[in-house]
Write a protein that binds this ligand. Structure first.
Ligand code: F6P
Length: 566
């Protein structure tokens, strides 16, 4: 079985233009008027989630053409290749097996001669034995006190997932436990957290796939220095520092013992690692059983994704709506709008998942991709966003495709808060779709005592173009299981889009250049005059490297001068 597609993304997507032309100026609202069953038919349910994709400007023929594009691009073959452990991350020659992390079945996935499912299960079980011993109070701090506080030090995929899920699952927190997250190399981040914790009751999780990331290693070293400076003996490090990483040599060099080191593998991408031992902060906050439930929810979505035909496949349909909006409607922004305060960090999490995966300009073979890829993803919980940036969503010159997310129930309801939240969740996508015509706005002004001219002028401001697409995702309650399903839904959506665009969604070379430049500039900031005039490193200019550009050079000098004055 091979995974390749000779066609460019533009060729694959070309037939969709016919449908765009056929639909002409038909609006989403007109599609609803023509087909009253649309809102019942364009719905899928899986793994405790309900996706309504009817408020996109597509009809059955356009959906069939989108499905054909997915077939042409080889989505089914790529899906099979991923689940089989093939090295689909071609630029790093790695398998992509976050699905193995949550597979608790008897299935085997062989990667380079080893069963990834068994490896992942054994390591996670070992790690969760440890977290249970912390939660249960058997694993104590150096002074004999129980450990009730966790500080996770990591960044990107080693931070955003556990941070987001820990907040999302607040209703499931074990009593008396505290979790903190430090990611930024800005020392204020670490200092703010250290000021709140008691070293004798705190476990530091040093989470880094590579264990070389500048931010994380700097924070980890400073945390260790602080811990010892608080009076803890060197021998206490073993009780209070845990490593979560694939780089076991670097962990050993840092001084964390093998029994406090929990590993994962290069076939787990950083932004797909929440299901691995990187999820330990979640388990320490909600307990082992809830963590297993999170995995089970994701696995239910995996099974749906792996086995359902393309036309009933929720991640694929969500992906296809995204492709239509991005490439055919030419909408380049995507808002994720959870009507759930506990999902406040979901947009940031998905920002990395989507933009780091699909923010690529060349296809798998290095050709220019030729179509738009990852949209700009942003979002905030509703209803907060309604009082901030929704103005632009409704009346701005650019359209934004939106995903609205909500749970029908919450654990403990407060008066009619949740009904009000849900009313807003229902109203916004409808308002974005329906809009309000100039004439409707004008009619509403009849009773206001305005002149005809004033009504015309005001109606222009008070009308809404509508025809703005959105998806709605509902669940009964936000639980570990539905959260797992939701995250897996987006992971597979991103995967399908990557396949359709012909790109490798699993590397991230785009983050390297800035890191290299920061490493070049650091000594110029810290070592005084020796490096006052720096030269560009690398590139193709060799010995004749240009001086650092005048803007960077001047800022550098200004910072040095200002800091030396202070
Ligand atoms: O620089 C980007 C990145 O490599 C992400 O892909 C990753 O999630 C993050 O940095 C952190 O990496 P690590 O877990 O290796 O510290």
């Amino acid at each position: 079985m091979t995974f390749s597609n000779d066609k460019t993304a533009s060729e694959t997507l070309q037939p969709l233009q016919t449908h765009r032309a056929r639909l002409g100026d038909t609006t989403i609202a007109q599609l609803f008027d023509k087909d009253t069953e649309r809102g019942r038919r364009m719905v899928l349910e899986a793994a405790g989630l309900r996706l309504d994709y009817s408020k996109n400007r597509v009809d059955e023929l356009a959906i069939e053409a989108l499905l054909e594009a997915a077939r042409e691009a080889g989505v089914a073959q790529a899906r099979e290749a991923m689940f089989a452990g093939q090295h689909i991350n071609n630029t790093e020659n790695r398998a992509v097996l976050h699905v193995a992390l949550r597979d608790r079945s008897e299935r085997k996935i062989l990667v380079d001669g080893q069963d990834a499912v068994a490896l992942a299960r054994d390591e996670l079980d070992r790690a969760l034995e440890f977290t249970e011993s912390v939660v249960g109070g058997e694993h104590k701090g150096y002074s004999g006190e129980s450990i009730d506080t966790v500080v996770n030090i990591g960044i990107g995929g080693s931070d955003l997932g556990p941070r987001m899920a820990t907040a999302a699952l607040k209703s499931f927190w074990l009593p008396g436990r505290q979790a903190h997250f430090v990611s930024n190399v800005d020392g204020q981040d670490l200092q703010d957290v250290l000021a709140k914790v008691d070293p004798a009751r705190t476990l530091f999780l040093i989470a880094s796939k590579t264990f070389t990331t500048q931010e994380t290693m700097t924070n980890a070293r400073s945390a260790r220095t602080w811990f010892l400076a608080q009076g803890a003996p060197e021998s206490a490090i073993g009780h209070h520092f845990v490593a979560l990483s694939t780089n076991l040599n670097a962990v050993a060099e840092f001084g964390i013992a093998p029994e406090r080191t929990f590993g994962f593998w290069d076939w787990v991408g950083g932004r797909y690692s929440i299901w691995s031992v990187i999820g330990l902060p979640i388990a320490l906050q909600v307990g082992r059983d809830s963590f297993y439930e999170l995995l089970a929810g994701a696995q239910a979505m995996d099974e749906h994704f792996r086995t359902k035909p393309l036309e009933q496949n929720m991640p694929l349909l969500l992906a296809l709506m995204g492709v239509w909006n991005r490439n055919i409607e030419e909408i380049s922004s995507h808002a994720v709008l959870p009507y759930d305060q506990r999902l406040a960090l979901l947009p940031s999490y998905l920002q990395q998942a989507d933009m780091e995966s699909n923010g690529k300009s060349v296809d798998r073979s290095g050709r220019a991709v030729g179509v738009g890829t990852s949209p700009v993803l942003f979002g905030e919980p509703g209803t907060n966003g309604q009082h901030a940036f929704y103005q632009m969503l409704h009346q701005g010159t650019d359209r934004v495709a939106c995903d609205f997310i909500a749970a029908a129930q919450v654990g403990v309801e407060l008066g009619d808060h949740h009904l009000k939240l849900l009313a807003n969740f229902l109203a916004q996508p409808r308002a974005l779709m329906r809009g309000k015509s100039f004439d409707e706005a004008r009619r509403e002004l009849v009773s206001g005592g305005y002149s005809e001219a004033q009504r015309d002028a005001l109606a222009a401001h008070r009308s809404f173009p509508g025809n703005r697409p959105s998806n709605a995702i509902l669940m009964q309650r936000l639980t570990p299981s539905t959260l797992g399903a939701l995250l897996a839904l987006y992971e597979h959506k991103i995967f399908c889009q990557g396949v359709i665009w012909g790109i490798n969604s699993f590397d991230q070379w785009g983050v390297e250049l800035g890191k290299t430049m920061a490493n070049m500039l650091l000594p110029m900031l810290s070592e005084g005059d020796k490096h006052a005039v720096g030269r560009e490193e690398g590139g193709d200019k060799g010995e004749n490297a240009l001086l650092i550009d005048s803007s960077t050079q001047n800022m550098l000098q200004w910072i040095r001068k200002t800091r030396s004055r202070a």
